[in-house]
Design a protein around this ligand. Structure first.
Ligand code: ADP
Ligand code: MG
Length: 255
C-alpha cells in the first residue's frame, strides 16, 4: 500500500530581524491511508510549524511533502485544518457556520448539503442549527467546527491541539467524541498535542519529537488489546500505562 502522505527530510528555520530560529530538522515520516497519527513534543519545539509545512502554508527550506505523490500547495483542498480556537462566527447561526467553508469555496451541492444534514443529526447538533455559537458548550462548538471542516471532504485532517482550551472533563469527552467521529468517517488525521495520554488514546502511531529544532526521536505503534477501541476505552487498556511511561521517558530524554 502506498502512503497517503510522505514527509521527507523536512527542515525549516524562521528568519526574523533578531536572528534565525531553527524549528524543524530533517523530519521524515509516512502516513498510511486511514491512519491516525499523533505528534507529541515539548512546547515550542516546532509542532505547529510542522503542520503548517504539511498544509503548504510554510515552504520547507529542505525536503518535500507529498500527498498521493504530488506536492501540497497553499490552500490545498485535500487538507482540512482544525485549530485550538474554533473560529466560529458569532453573527452566524450554527448551520451557517457549518456551511461557511463550502460557501467560500462555492462548493454547495445537494450531495454536500445532505452530508452536512446527516452529520448534524448523527452528532447531535440538529436541534442547535439556529443557535449562535455562544449558546453552545465548548464540546458542541468543537463538533460544529469539525463538521464545518469535514463538509469540505478533505483527504487528510490536521488537528493542532484542538482540545487544549477545554477543561479536563470536557476535554476527555470531546476527544472521545471527535476521535469516534473520525473513526466513523474513516478520516486520516494528524493530531498535535502535548498531552501524552491524549496521543495514546487516539492514535495508531505516536511520533515523538525532540526539543527545538524538532527532529523525530521515535515513532511508536500503539497496539491496545481491547475490542471496539475508542479514545475513552483505550485509557482502560492494560498496556496504556506502559506506553505512557515509554513515551514520557523518551520525551524527557530528548527535552
Ligand atoms: P509548538 O507548536 O511546538 O509549540 P511552534 O512550531 O509554534 O512550536 O514554534 C517553534 C519555534 O519557532 C518557537 O521557538 C517559536 O517561537 C518559533 N516561531 C514560530 N512561529 C514563528 C514565526 N512566525 N517567526 C519566528 N519564529 C517563530
Ligand atoms: Mg503549537
Amino acid at each position: 500500500m502506498n502512503p497517503l502522505l510522505e514527509v521527507r527530510d523536512v527542515s525549516l528555520s524562521y528568519h526574523t530581524p533578531s536572528g534565525e530560529t531553527k524549528a524543524l530538522s530533517h523530519i521524515s515520516f509516512d502516513l498510511m491511508p486511514g491512519e491516525f497519527l499523533a505528534v507529541v513534543g515539548p512546547s515550542g519545539c516546532g509542532k505547529s510549524t510542522l503542520l503548517n509545512v504539511i498544509c503548504g502554508l510554510l515552504r520547507p527550506e529542505e525536503g518535500t511533502v507529498l500527498m498521493n505523490g504530488t506536492p501540497i500547495l497553499k490552500g490545498d483542498p485535500r487538507i482540512g485544518y482544525m485549530l485550538q480556537k474554533d473560529h466560529l462566527l458569532e453573527w452566524r447561526t450554527v448551520y451557517k457556520n457549518v456551511l461557511l467553508g463550502l460557501e467560500i469555496r462555492k462548493e454547495i451541492t445537494v450531495d454536500k448539503l445532505s452530508y452536512i444534514e446527516n452529520m448534524l443529526r448523527i452528532y447531535g447538533l440538529d436541534k442547535f442549527r439556529s443557535s449562535r455559537p455562544s449558546q453552545l458548550s465548548g464540546g458542541m462548538r468543537q463538533r460544529a467546527a469539525l463538521i464545518r471542516t469535514l463538509a469540505l471532504k478533505p483527504d487528510l485532517l490536521l488537528l493542532d491541539e484542538p482540545f487544549s482550551a477545554l477543561d479536563y472533563q470536557t476535554r476527555l469527552n470531546v476527544s472521545d467524541d471527535i476521535g469516534t467521529i473520525l473513526q466513523k468517517e474513516k478520516k486520516p488525521a494528524i493530531l498535535v498535542t502535548h498531552d501524552i495520554s491524549e496521543a495514546i488514546s487516539m492514535a495508531d502511531r505516536v511520533i515523538i519529537l525532540t526539543k527545538r529544532p524538532a527532529s523525530v526521536a521515535d515513532i511508536i505503534s500503539i497496539k491496545l488489546d481491547i475490542e471496539n477501541r475508542t479514545p475513552l476505552s483505550s485509557r482502560n487498556a492494560p498496556d496504556f500505562k506502559s506506553y505512557f511511561n515509554l513515551i514520557w521517558k523518551e520525551l524527557n530524554q530528548n527535552a
